[in-house]
Structures are given as structure tokens and as C-alpha cells.
Design a protein around this ligand. Structure first.
Ligand SMILES: [Zn+2]
Length: 307
């Protein structure tokens, strides 16, 4: 934690003159420096720190955390940080080495107790081989379930309280507000997604399993095993068969549409963004991110009423 020098001025009356005595006390800087890897987690952290400070976001552009390279200036930022909040090596593999030299300064979300953790799906259309992305066989996209988000908020607030006890009440108040909001939002999404539960679709990569699991949606496969993997001829022919079974194929904003799969088919196309790449750096962006997913799914999957 960076130290700040607090100057306490004391006024002492000596004879008819006032003398100003400066005494120096070392106190903690009021706000811990928090580095967060991806925008959804940034948004939750920013909500907890509201009125106190702002975290720093590592992946600011459209980069995918699965194949990111840390810039030297960002490495510097990490070394001077008080806390790094990241999902874990199966999500942000680029941090695995550097984290070893940041003992006690990291919060690995995949290791929080009581999270709903889902195993990576194995079949010919989800994930077929063992891949870096499939580390430990737990799907790392844990934030797309608002019930997981509640547990993540609690864990981050707990760490911030320990780092910065002066602001404990603020962190706790912000966190409890956020948790209530997440609960209400979860119920709203549940209502909004009810009518499309059984309609099959394909996603770009297996990033939405937690969202699908929470709202009982019917994704039947992913185009890519990992976002940076190649599409084999066998997988392509498999996908061309599957495309006839689905109403919609969803791509992601960072990646090219896949015309090789959709040519000669009447499948509708939509976009699902698991990271919220275009969203502003504010707490509400977590909610916008999930609302955008629900809107995209509803728009592409619901059948317009026939006249
Ligand atoms: Zn992913």
C-alpha cells in the first residue's frame, strides 16, 4: 500500500507569537490501488468502491483475455498495485507468471468458496480436446451468472475492507446495495428469457454456459473450442449439419463472422458479447452487459407472432 505523508499542523503560542509546528505522521493512502483484468469484474469492483476510488482496468480494448499480452506499462501498474482481481489462469493465462511475484496481492475469483462452477462441456460440438482454455475442466466465464456475481462482490468487498479498514462501512454499504440489485435483476432476466428457453442456438465460443445454466437456455454448441483455435475440416462439416438444427448463430464482437458455416443456410445471426467491450467504465455496465445478452437472445430467437 502506498504511504502518504500527513502533515499535522500544531499551533503553539510562544510569548506573543504563534509558532507553527509540523509533525509528520505516516498513514495509508485513502484508496487502495486495485487492478482488474476484465470489464464485467471492473464494473462490480467499481460499484463496491463507489465514492471511495476507482479500480484500473487492464484489458481496455476489444482484446480477448484468452490470448492477451501484457504491456510493460501494465506490468509496472501491477507491481505497484495493492490488489489484483482476476478470474484465474484458465481465463487470463498471460498473468500466470507475473502473479507468482505478487504474493498476497491477488484475488483469484475461481478460488472463491460457494461459487457455482460448471465443468467444460465435452462432446463433438462443444469442446473436444484438452486446451489451455479448458484448464482444470472448469469453465472460467463465471461472471455471467448474477448469483455468482453476488458472491464475487462479497469476496472483493471483504478484501477491500482488509486493505482499507478506514472505508469499511462504505465498502459494505456499496456491496449490500449491489447484491440487492443483482438479486432483483436476476429475477427480471428470468422473466425476460422464459419464452425462449427451448429454442436451440449456436455460440461462437463456450463463454455463456453460466448464463445458459442460470436461465435454462438451449445453446447446443460452439463454433470454436477456444476463440483463437482453428476450425478443422471435421468440425466445419459437423457445424454445417448442426446449423440446420438451430434458429440462430451468435458471433462475438471481437471476431469475424463465420461465413463458411452459414452459407447455404437460412440461420439468423446475432451478436453476444461476454465482456462488454463497448460499455463505459461504470458500475452499471455489469447490468448492461447481461441485459444486452438477454436482448440479443430474445431478438434472434423469439418468433414474431404470425398474422
Ligand atoms: Zn472465453
Amino acid at each position: 500500500m502506498p504511504m502518504k505523508v500527513k502533515i499535522i499542523k500544531k499551533f503553539i503560542k510562544v510569548g506573543s507569537l504563534f509558532w507553527i509546528i509540523n509533525s509528520y505522521n505516516f498513514v495509508l493512502a485513502s484508496t487502495p490501488q486495485v487492478v482488474v483484468t476484465i470489464k464485467p469484474i471492473y464494473a462490480l469492483t467499481a460499484g463496491i468502491m463507489e465514492g471511495i476510488g476507482k479500480p484500473y482496468l487492464l484489458l481496455q480494448g476489444t482484446e480477448s483475455p484468452h490470448n492477451y499480452n501484457l504491456r510493460p506499462s501494465q506490468a509496472k501498474k501491477l507491481y505497484s498495485a495493492d490488489l489484483l482481481v482476476w478470474v484465474g489462469p484458465s481465463m487470463e493465462g498471460f498473468l500466470e507468471k507475473i502473479v507468482g511475484s505478487l504474493p498476497d496481492k491477488e484475488l483469484r475469483l475461481l478460488e472463491i468458496n460457494n461459487l457455482t462452477l460448471l465443468k467444460v462441456r465435452h462432446n463433438e460440438i462443444w469442446n473436444v480436446n484438452s486446451d489451455e482454455h479448458l484448464h482444470n475442466n472448469i469453465n472460467p466465464h463465471i461472471w455471467l451468472d448474477p448469483q455468482n456475481a453476488k458472491i464475487i462482490v462479497e469476496a472483493i468487498a471483504y478484501r477491500l475492507n482488509k486493505l482499507d479498514p478506514n472505508n469499511a462501512t462504505n465498502y459494505l454499504n456499496n456491496a449490500s446495495k449491489l447484491i440487492i440489485k443483482l438479486d432483483n435483476f436476476d429475477q427480471i432476466l428470468n422473466q425476460q428469457l422464459k419464452s425462449i428457453k427451448n429454442i436451440p442456438y449456436l455460440v461462437f465460443h463456450d463463454a455463456f454456459q453460466y448464463f445458459e445454466n442460470r436461465y435454462e437456455l438451449s445453446a447446443i454448441g460452439a463454433v470454436y473450442v477456444a476463440p483463437d483455435s482453428r476450425l478443422s475440416a471435421k468440425r466445419l462439416s459437423n457445424l454445417r449439419k448442426r446449423i440446420k438444427l438451430v434458429r440462430c448463430l451468435f458471433t462475438e464482437p471481437q471476431f469475424e463472422p463465420i461465413s463458411a458455416i452459414t452459407e447455404n443456410s437460412s440461420v439468423k445471426q446475432g451478436i453476444l458479447d461476454p465482456l462488454g467491450v463497448d460499455l463505459p467504465l461504470i458500475s452499471d455496465s455489469y447490468f448492461t452487459l447481461l441485459q444486452n445478452l438477454a436482448n440479443s437472445l430474445n431478438k434472434c430467437l423469439s418468433i414474431p407472432l404470425s398474422k
